[in-house]
Write a protein that binds this ligand. Structure first.
Ligand code: AMP
Ligand code: MG
Length: 406
């Protein structure tokens, strides 16, 4: 049985890199950038007012006080989107709105709240203004030519905004992985059906579609396969014609009707991983069928989630050339003990909170790896090392962050 790291390393060594394509910026959200992005101009492109007030020459205010205010002539106004026509000479000021370029001659802005605006076209300031006050100087955020995002960066909403600022109407991104989802199990019926005796509804497809979608995949097909060799073979072969990734669930344990591995072998697939020293999720299978990457994930819904996050997610991210392929990890104190599963590394669903300044993980009560209803609340996994029977209440444990939960 392979350790998790070794299994993932073998998978990544056989993960193809998808081609690059150009996408309009709005369609690039959530995808992976594949070329370095540079600033095409300084940002901000001009010295910019940060407050509504008056643009002044700071030297004019050097000796201002409440007893003897600095008196300046207001010579005009300027707002965001316009350039002030003239220049501010000694003894003068210009009314300015947030976002406007600083008029020539001025070197600071004073906010309107502390300025006395007189009837006769003059203003008074009761304290000195420092040079540069309330100005965002040209180029402080980026200079023309600066690398602002590296190839491999995820296009988050903030990254989209940065790309927009520098004129990236089209962005070089990875093609999205085309994922086919196949749920194996003769007991499975579609969500729209009422299960008969010994049947259950197929739920894995829906979890996997969401997980794969949030890892950038495009779901091209879904289906249920009976535990039948010919059907399993044919469905996998058909999916492999168009998919970059096939996510199978079920049919990988030791039962007589666990047909995923035999079907893959019969199709001539290269089976690279077939068991991993982890709990839940031990029978995780990874294979290559031509250019197509195939995951055989264990059928139990919680095992599917754990295996997906530890293996399929990083593989999907790597396919897209992402720099960050792993989920973030933190450490938190356990609010109660959790069981381990030596010699396998165990992952226990938990919620997180801050208590008295400390990160605390509340392991969820769950009845086992089919307990989807408990797992729905999980926002993290507590990692129990392979050599530990249990982790005690109060112990500091490694935590994998899963992202959004209820
Ligand atoms: P298997 O890995 O095929 O032995 O399945 C393990 C357990 O997971 C069995 O109890 C299955 O009924 C259940 N299971 C398998 N596939 C699904 C699915 N798509 N949705 C919900 N439960 C499933
Ligand atoms: Mg099954």
């Amino acid at each position: 049985m392979l350790r998790i790291e070794d299994a993932l390393a073998r998978m990544l060594a056989r993960t193809p890199l998808l081609p690059v394509e150009n996408a309009p910026l709005a369609a690039a959200a959530g995808r992976v950038l594949r070329a370095d992005a540079c600033a095409d101009m300084d940002l901000p492109p001009f010295d910019r007012a940060r407050m509504d007030g008056y643009a002044v020459r700071s030297a004019d205010t050097a000796s201002a006080s409440s007893d003897s205010p600095a008196r300046l002539r207001a010579i005009g106004e300027t707002a965001a989107g316009s350039v002030f026509g003239g220049a501010v000479a000694p003894g003068q000021a210009v009314r300015i709105m947030t976002g406007a370029p600083l008029p020539e001659g001025a070197d600071a802005v004073e906010k309107i709240e502390v300025i006395e605006v007189l009837e006769d076209g003059f203003i008074e300031l009761r304290a000195p203004v420092k040079s540069g006050q309330f100005i965002t100087p040209r180029g402080i955020e980026a200079r023309t030519g600066d690398a602002i995002l590296k190839a491999g960066a995820g296009i988050t909403p903030a990254a989209s905004a940065v790309l927009a600022s520098f004129g990236y109407a089209n962005v070089a991104v990875s093609r999205r992985p085309r994922a086919a989802m196949l749920s194996t199990g003769s007991e499975l019926v579609d969500v729209s059906e009422r299960p008969g005796p010994a049947q259950i509804r197929n739920s894995n497809t829906y979890a996997l579609a969401g997980y794969a979608g949030s890892a950038g995949a495009e779901i091209i097909s879904t289906g249920i396969i009976r535990d039948d060799m010919a059907e399993t073979r044919a469905s996998i072969a058909q999916a492999a014609e168009t998919a970059d990734v096939i996510l199978l669930s079920g049919g990988v344990s030791m039962g007589d009707y666990d047909l995923v591995k035999p079907a893959l072998a019969a199709l001539g697939a290269d089976i690279i991983v077939e068991r991993v020293a982890m709990h839940p999720g031990k029978p995780t299978v990874f294979a290559r069928l031509g250019e197509c990457v195939v995951f055989g994930l264990p059928g139990n819904p919680v095992s599917v989630a754990v295996s997906f996050h530890l293996f399929a997610r990083p593989v999907l991210m790597a396919m897209q050339g992402a720099e960050m392929i792993h989920l973030p990890r933190v450490r938190a104190y356990l609010s109660r003990r959790v069981k381990g599963a030596p010699p396998r590394r165990s992952h226990q669903p938990a919620r997180l909170r801050i208590d008295d300044g400390r990160a605390v993980a509340d392991p969820l009560k769950w009845s086992g790896s089919s307990d989807l209803v408990a797992f729905v609340r999980a926002e993290a996994l507590v990692v129990v090392p392979e050599d530990r029977e249990r982790l005690e209440e109060g112990e500091l444990a490694e935590i994998v962050l899963l992202g959004s939960a209820e």
